[in-house]
Write a protein that binds this ligand. Structure first.
Ligand SMILES: Cc1cc2nc3c(=O)[nH]c(=O)nc-3n(C[C@H](O)[C@H](O)[C@H](O)COP(=O)(O)OP(=O)(O)OC[C@H]3O[C@@H](n4cnc5c(N)ncnc54)[C@H](O)[C@@H]3O)c2cc1C
Length: 303
């Protein structure tokens, strides 16, 4: 939380494995994320000073979706005919989350208590009233320690898609949340890199590059989002560090054992212009992989 912007970036780039530090349990946070336009608006409403801070201290900037982006789906460039322009913030999710935590502590430090390195292990319920009254949690580094009770008037489960609430609600209230199993074979490989000119101005002038999946015919895609402006004397550099993502559906997973193998995969699966972009890129971080073959979608609306 006390790290400088450069320490954060340095940590992000030297990351050995997604769970080596930071928030274990959120391996997707090291992957490329797009903060869509509406999310950016909400962020600015909640934290009015944040934008200036990000632009001035963290060397990030926002990008015009109309002029600085190339987003292709099924062979069509989607963003060039937008009637209204949108701004996308070019930032890494890891950095954004850390900065937002800092802001929350600054603004509401006396009203929020963070309980870090703790795991919720059970619900405290009143079966006769049919209500959840609190949770039991345990400190992660003291597995043998007894659990601690925490009561609340209003409890929100923010533990993500692998939440244990479904299991606990069944155990405690015999409440069964219906689920549908979806087999989608999704995979990502993300890294941080510096783009250099390919020689094709139609590619080199676009900072955000997207090539959407359209399964089952086209199961592979690309996302490139700038996260940090850099000062460089190299006139072939585009002057930004970006997060690069190769993604797939239907189990056509991109490899992350070496960049050479990843380049071969790109050559085989994607159009030649993406190969030329990745070939003109200097990799500045490990190749971080994420795979999710099956998802259990919870149909809470059916309860
Ligand atoms: C590879 C990938 C790329 C994505 N790209 C995008 C994108 O471009 N744009 C976008 O908007 N979304 C994207 N998403 C989706 C987005 O990441 C999720 O929707 C979002 O992170 C969900 O937020 P959450 O707070 O509900 O859960 P999470 O971010 O998963 O956070 C859950 C937290 O709860 C903690 N936790 C779990 N169990 C316990 C417990 N028992 N006790 C205490 N803590 C616990 C976890 O450690 C974690 O910190 C992407 C997802 C993936 C996997």
């Amino acid at each position: 939380m006390k790290s400088t912007p450069n320490q954060l970036l340095d940590y992000r780039c030297r990351l050995a494995s997604p769970t080596s530090l930071g928030r274990s349990g959120v391996s997707q946070m090291y992957h490329s994320h797009v903060l869509a336009g509406e999310g950016y608006i909400i962020l600015q409403e909640l934290f009015p000073q944040l934008k200036d801070k990000l632009l001035n201290e963290y060397d990030v900037r926002d990008y015009s979706l109309k002029t600085e982006c190339r987003f292709v789906v099924n062979g069509f460039v989607l963003n060039q005919d937008l009637t209204e322009d949108f701004l996308w913030l070019g930032i890494d999710r890891f950095t954004l989350e850390t900065v937002m935590r800092k802001e929350l502590c600054l603004q509401y430090g006396n009203q929020i208590e963070w309980k870090c390195n703790s795991r919720v292990v059970q619900l405290i319920v009143d079966q006769s009233l049919n209500i959840v009254k609190g949770i039991k949690y345990r400190q992660k580094h003291h597995v043998d320690s007894s659990s601690i009770d925490l009561y609340g008037d209003f409890i929100i489960d923010c533990t993500g898609r692998n939440t244990s609430s479904v299991k606990w609600l069944k155990e405690r209230f015999n409440l069964i949340v219906p689920t549908i199993q979806i087999h989608f074979g999704a995979g990502y490989v993300t890294f941080v890199g510096e783009r250099f000119k390919t020689g094709d101005p139609s590619l080199d002038s676009k900072h955000i590059i997207g090539y959407g999946l359209s399964p089952p015919d086209k199961n592979t895609g690309v996302g490139i989002i700038p996260i940090h402006e850099i000062k460089t004397m190299d006139e072939n550099s585009l002057g930004t560090l970006s997060t690069f993502t190769l993604q797939c559906a239907n189990y056509e997973y991109p490899p992350n054992d070496s960049y050479e193998n990843l380049l071969e995969w790109i050559k085989e699966k994607l159009d030649p212009e993406y190969y030329s972009i990745f070939k003109s890129t200097k990799v500045c971080s490990p190749l971080v992989s994420y795979r999710r073959a099956i998802d259990d979608r919870k149909c809470v609306e059916q309860l």
